[in-house]
Structure formats: structure tokens, C-alpha cells
Write a protein that binds this ligand. Structure first.
Ligand code: ADP
Ligand code: MG
Length: 714
């Protein structure tokens, strides 16, 4: 019998240690002692494999079913199977092509003879010997009688059973330098150390969630007997990651709540009433709920930490402005930080329009703000008088000392790093932190939001403002450009307005961005849109000029606005019913979705034309997705599919560690369960001082490695 300690790695002092006891030290042994192989393993990404422990955690991404064992006579043409046979003769088959080597083995089993061939593996001519028994996974060629092309083979002289050719064969993340086959062999060797890994889950959790022991889960992942077993093992491993992650999040949150203090804001008063009154619309139900949640948050002496999620056009700005007004009304300051100058400028314009008429002071603080103006703004902010400041990263620079920051809003929060967001949270006066509202237009399903932003409260604007009309979206080849502009002219003649979005120019090439918009506008004025009022807009224009262009379009004196992606946000003209996006295949899905959000805002039917001859399959799929749905959540799913969750959810910037087993998109139910269990654990042992805490700490360290620092930072 093997004695294993339920609790964790170390037995109590003075307790005799049986040799069979789990020994964490085994896990730290090098994954292999072969140097070249070790280097190849260390170069694997995203996670290098250095130790036995890493190897155990380097689980297969699928298992190929090689269970169909046949005799040579039984394999039909074109069929794939595993056969066990004896080698009779081996030779290099002559071929006419110089770079093609075919090794041919005459083999036999109890059903008769056959020929097995390998392509371009000359060394086999020396390795394969008459009399050898081989287990071969291969496909019988449909055309040539009794000839089998080997996919994989291994010696079958003993009865140990094949690991590469029989049963469920694990397929590992590999590289050019190290094959799945090599990893499979190594993983097989270290599997006996599966029990040396700490099992972090309390027994009650395992029982409640019907989860196997961690050691069994590892074995099942690497060497399952059935696909169900593999799946059960993989879910247990994913559960552990999600559980430890949630525990870290919840603990961090608890610690933050215990330590951090904010100024409670007095209840909404006259200024808030005037603000709501001055809004040109009634809040939607979802906006009203978000506003109420914010009002409740800021009334407390714990800093608000809320995530406001809402698709493009769902009306986040009005909610953010409400929070900022509350800060000013309390006699303090509100700050809005956006990731780019363009976005910050849009907010500056929007908030100026909304708030200045109410007597609220609005200032800007960006890289591009002229030095003198900037110095004045820094001084004013430092002075502590009530105001709203809008800016970029410039807001969190050292020399900016807020006098009385009460509310901070972070727009497109996933585009900032953890450090930057934290820097804003720490822009407090004395020991007080501001109330913080994070905003995002990336539609993250709720369970994912809980995982990635588990330490935030979440409000979702799941209801669009009234009066939106669905947008008809078409993908058209460049060859039909003329038709598109003919259609545009008809709409313009009917009194409508239109957008033309120029082909994408990267943000670093800002000069070219300006040139692209200007020259495209000039070209259209001379050609397709001769006689129509065409204006252009780009991110390099001074704010005042941009304002006047946007005003002209709003008033209707401009019929067509030719723009770069700056119109992603802020421009809101109900009469604009057509958007033509040129070179649409080069835009990202999120960006296309944002752009399209500019039309469909009035009573007239609206159109979005994506002009492109997509060169890649991925681009084609992006465009097709745009044409098939206008639901931001659905598009986000497609985007996840195409680009992976790391990029789309900006998992890196969110500060959460890299996950090996859990897929945030796939393991939603598991994530929710893990969160519940983590909350349970924390409720039972709030200080994390109980007997399982050490086990959890050890598992957390092993699971997240250096990323564990993230958990240590409150
Ligand atoms: P986003 O969430 O994309 O930032 P905005 O805040 O820019 O959305 O709002 C999009 C547009 O919808 C703006 O023009 C805004 O004036 C308008 N809007 C916002 N809330 C409402 C509402 N409750 N009713 C009608 N229009 C609204
Ligand atoms: Mg917005």
C-alpha cells in the first residue's frame, strides 16, 4: 500500500517518512538529462518545460484513438489501423525524385504478408532489422495493394503495450525541435510522480463537484483508457487552476477591502439632478441600474471597484459622466483616463458638451496638450478644486498629484496594464483611494468577466438605447465599388448622409493616416462624389478643427464624412445611414463592429458596406461574421475563435497568470463552480491561516510560478 498524506507535501515533524510518501522534491528534477532535448523543452511556449513537474503539467491537447487493432488482411483500402507484425526484409526503394527517400519493409503477421513504407526517414534502413516485432499505426494505400504507409511505429518485442501506436495516443503541444512523440515518451516516464504534486482541493470540494484526485487526473490526462476519462482528468486540472486563481482574486479583494478607504460621497443633490435633466434622453433601464449601483458604491467608505460592460453604443458615456458629476458635486475631482489621445479627445469633446453648460470645469491632460496648458492643468488638479480632468496615461505620471480625486473612470480598461490601473487607484489623497469605474466595450460573457476581473463588481449595459435600427451589412468585392458609390449618391439625393472609412493605416504611421483621409476625400470630390459636400476627419487634426468638421456633419452641411478610425467613437448622426469601409479585410473584428455602430441610429434603414477582396481565410471569416450578426457577444466569440482568448480578452494586461489547462471560453461552468468553491474556502478560513492554507499556497506557487507575484500584490 502506498501511504499518502492527505494534507500536503510535508509530514508533521517527528513523523517517520515512508519512502512512498509524496515528495515534492521529485518534481524539481530536470525533465530530462539529455542536453539538446532539455533545451528544446525549455524553449516551448507559452510555458517552458524545465522540470518533471512542468512535464506533468504539459498535458496533451487531444488524444488520437488508435484502438482499432487489426490484422494485415483485415485493413481495407484507405483505412487506418494499428497492426503488430514482424519485419522480414528492409530496403531503400529506388525513386526517381532526388529528395524523396522511401524505406520499405516486408512484414508479416498471422494473417499474411504486407509491405510497410516510410517517407524520408533514411535512418530506418539501419534501425529496422529482420525479426523485429513492430507495432505500426498506418494507413493502407487505397490504390496499391497491401501497401501500408506508416504514420507512427514502435518496437513491440515486449508486452508493455505501445504508447505511440496503440490505445488513446496523447498528442502534445510540441515544436520543431521537440516532437509530440518525444514528449509522450518522457511524460510516460515521469507519470509515476503524479502523486508528488500537491492536491490543493479540500475533500469536500472534490466530493461536491465529483472531481477525481489530482494524481488520477494527471494519469488520465496523459494515459487515458477512454476519451471520457481524459476529459474528466483535464477538467479536474482546469478546475484547480481556476480555483487557485479565484482564491487569489477573492483574497486580494478581501485584503483590499479591509485596507483601502475612500471618502463616502454625500447623496446625489442639485447638480446631479440638473445633469440628468440636461441629458437629451431618458436613461435606459440598464443605464439606470448601473447608475444606481454606482450611487450605492460611492456612498460607502470602501472604494468602488466596478466594471461597466457595454457594447458599442450602449451608452457608457452617460453613466461615466454621472459618476464624474457625483465627484464634482461632492466638492472633489473626477478623472477619466482613455488609452489613446484620439479616444481621450472624443471624451473631452463629449464631456465638455455635457458638463460645461452645468458649470462644471473640464480640463485636459494629454501628451499632446501644449506645455503651458498642461502645466496649468497640473497645477489646477493639484490645487484640489472641483473639476473633471480627461486624459491619457499622462494622468498617472508622477508629477500629477490630485488634490481631491474622488472618482476615476478608466475607459477601455483592458488596454491598460494592471500597473497603470493600479497607479490611478493609488492617486489618492492621503490614505484615501478614489472610487474607480472601469469601462469596456469588449463583450465578455459574465463568467469570464468573473474569472478575468474576479475582484471587480460588474454592471452590464445589456439594453440598447431606443430608436436603433438594424444595419444591413454586405461584403462586396472591389470590382463593385462603382455600384456602391452610385447607391451612395442616391441616398444622398434622398437627403441622407454617409461615412467613408479609409483603408487602415497603423497608429504609428500617423502622418500617413492624415494623408490617407485627405487624399481619399480629394479623390472622391473629383470623381464619385463630384458636386457633393465631402469633408474629412483624422486623428492628427487639432481638436478645434475636428470639432468644426463634426459640427458640419451633424448640422448636415457636410453630406459625406471621409474618415479614419477616429469616427469609431463619439460621432452620432441619426441621418447618416450608409457606411462604406474600404479595405475592410484589414480591420479587426472589434474595430469593424465599433465602426458599424455609427450607423443605424435613426428611423431610416441603414447599410454598412465592407469593400474588400480578402486575401486570407481569416479575413474572409471576419467579414462573413460581420455580415451575419450585429451582436457584439457573438462577434466576440468569433474573434476568440480566430485570435485566441489571450489577445481578445487581453488576458495579459488583465494581470492574471497564464493558464495551462483552463480555457476561459470553454470552461465557463467550471469557472463558476471554482469561484463558488473558492468563496466557500475563504469563508471557512478568511485569514488563510488554517491547515489547508499552506497546501494552497504551495499549489499556487507551483501552478503560477513567477506570476504568483500578482497574487501577492494587494
Ligand atoms: P458607448 O457605450 O459606445 O460609449 P455612448 O455613450 O457613446 O456609447 O452612447 C452612444 C450614443 O447613444 C450617444 O450618442 C448617446 O448620446 C446615445 N445615448 C446614450 N444613452 C441613451 C439613451 N438612454 N437614450 C437614447 N440615446 C442614448
Ligand atoms: Mg464610448
Amino acid at each position: 500500500m502506498t501511504i499518502r498524506f492527505a494534507g500536503g507535501p510535508e509530514p508533521a515533524e517527528g513523523f517517520p517518512v515512508p519512502t512512498s510518501a509524496p515528495a515534492v522534491s521529485h518534481l524539481d528534477a530536470p525533465a530530462t538529462d539529455r542536453r539538446a532535448l532539455g533545451q528544446a523543452l525549455a524553449a516551448l511556449r507559452p510555458r517552458p518545460v524545465l522540470t518533471v513537474g512542468d512535464l506533468l503539467d504539459h498535458t496533451p491537447f487531444r488524444h488520437e484513438d488508435y484502438r482499432s487493432e487489426r490484422t494485415l488482411a483485415e485493413i481495407g483500402p484507405g483505412e487506418e489501423a494499428t497492426i503488430v507484425c514482424t519485419v522480414e526484409r528492409v530496403r531503400v526503394r529506388p525513386t526517381r525524385r532526388r529528395n524523396l527517400v522511401i524505406i520499405e519493409a516486408a512484414v508479416r503477421d498471422e494473417s499474411g504478408p504486407a509491405v510497410v513504407i516510410w517517407f524520408n526517414q533514411r535512418y530506418l534502413a539501419k534501425q529496422l532489422r529482420p525479426g523485429m516485432r513492430l507495432s505500426i499505426r498506418g494507413e493502407r494505400r487505397p490504390t496499391i495493394d497491401a501497401e501500408i504507409v506508416a504514420k507512427s511505429y514502435e518496437r513491440a518485442d515486449d508486452d508493455s503495450g505501445g504508447i505511440h501506436t496503440a490505445g488513446l495516443v496523447p498528442v502534445y503541444p510540441a515544436s520543431e525541435k521537440v516532437s509530440s512523440r518525444q514528449i509522450r515518451a518522457l511524460a510516460g516516464e515521469v507519470l509515476r510522480h503524479a502523486g508528488d504534486q500537491v492536491d490543493p482541493l479540500p475533500a469536500a470540494t472534490k466530493a461536491r463537484r465529483r472531481l477525481p484526485l489530482r494524481r488520477d487526473a494527471l494519469t488520465a490526462a496523459h494515459r487515458p483508457d477512454t476519451q471520457d476519462e481524459a476529459a474528466a482528468g483535464m477538467s479536474r486540472l482546469a478546475f484547480d487552476e481556476l480555483y487557485l486563481l479565484q482564491l487569489g482574486m477573492l483574497e486580494r479583494r478581501a485584503r483590499f477591502e479591509e485596507m483601502a478607504r475612500a471618502h463616502p460621497l454625500p447623496p446625489p443633490g442639485e447638480l446631479t439632478a440638473r445633469y440628468l435633466d440636461a441629458l437629451p434622453f431618458e436613461l435606459t433601464g440598464a443605464q439606470a441600474r448601473a447608475v444606481a449601483a454606482i450611487d450605492a458604491d460611492v456612498a460607502g467608505d470602501r472604494p468602488m471597484r466596478r466594471l461597466l460592460q457595454g457594447d458599442v453604443g450602449s451608452g457608457k458615456t452617460a453613466v461615466a459622466a454621472h459618476a464624474l458629476v457625483r465627484a464634482v458635486e461632492s466638492g472633489g475631482q473626477g478623472a477619466l483616463m482613455a488609452p489613446t489621445e484620439t479616444l481621450a479627445t472624443q471624451h473631452l469633446i463629449g464631456l465638455t458638451d455635457l458638463l460645461v453648460p452645468l458649470g462644471v470645469r473640464v480640463v485636459a491632460l494629454m501628451q499632446g496638450t501644449p506645455a503651458a496648458e498642461r502645466r496649468a492643468a497640473v497645477a489646477e488638479v493639484g490645487g484640489g478644486g472641483p473639476l473633471v480632468v480627461v486624459g491619457t496615461h499622462a494622468l498617472i505620471q508622477e508629477q500629477v498629484a490630485f488634490g481631491t480625486l474622488r472618482v476615476a473612470v478608466v475607459d477601455e480598461q483592458h488596454r491598460f496594464g494592471v500597473e497603470q490601473r493600479r497607479a490611478l487607484e493609488e492617486k489618492s489623497d492621503g490614505e484615501f483611494s478614489p472610487h474607480v469605474l472601469h469601462m469596456t466595450a469588449t463583450p465578455i460573457p459574465r463568467t469570464l468577466a468573473l474569472t478575468v476581473y474576479g475582484d471587480l463588481d460588474v454592471s452590464v449595459l445589456d439594453e440598447m438605447p431606443p430608436g436603433r435600427t438594424p444595419v444591413v451589412t454586405r461584403v462586396l468585392p472591389l470590382a463593385r465599388r462603382d455600384e456602391v458609390f452610385a447607391r451612395m449618391r442616391r441616398l444622398l439625393d434622398e437627403g441622407r448622409q454617409a461615412y467613408v472609412v479609409c483603408p487602415l493605416v497603423s497608429e504609428s504611421e500617423s502622418d500617413r493616416e492624415a494623408a490617407a483621409a485627405e487624399s481619399e476625400a480629394a479623390r472622391l470630390r473629383d470623381a464619385e462624389l463630384r458636386g457633393y459636400a465631402v469633408a474629412h476627419l483624422h486623428g492628427q487634426m487639432p481638436v478645434s478643427e475636428r470639432r468644426s468638421v463634426m459640427d458640419g456633419f451633424r448640422r448636415g452641411s457636410t453630406q459625406v464624412l471621409v474618415a479614419t478610425t477616429v469616427i469609431e467613437v463619439g460621432v452620432d448622426v441619426a441621418n447618416a445611414t450608409l457606411m462604406v469601409i474600404e479595405g475592410a479585410d484589414l480591420f479587426g473584428l472589434a474595430q469593424l463592429h465599433q465602426l458599424r455602430g455609427r450607423v443605424g441610429r435613426g428611423a431610416h434603414e441603414s447599410f454598412c458596406i465592407l469593400l474588400a477582396d480578402p486575401a486570407t481565410d481569416e479575413a474572409r471569416r471576419r467579414l462573413d461574421a460581420m455580415a451575419s450578426t450585429s451582436d457584439g457577444f457573438e462577434l466576440a466569440e468569433v474573434d476568440l475563435d480566430l485570435r485566441g482568448e489571450g489577445t481578445v480578452l487581453a488576458v495579459k494586461q488583465s494581470g492574471i497568470p497564464e493558464l495551462r489547462h483552463a480555457r476561459l471560453t470553454r470552461h465557463r461552468a467550471l469557472a463558476a463552480a471554482a469561484r463558488e468553491e473558492a468563496a466557500e474556502q475563504l469563508a471557512a478560513d478568511p485569514g488563510m491561516t488554517g491547515p489547508t492554507a499552506a497546501v494552497i499556497a504551495a499549489a499556487t506557487r507551483r501552478t503560477f510560478g513567477d506570476d504568483v507575484d500578482w497574487l501577492a500584490q494587494a
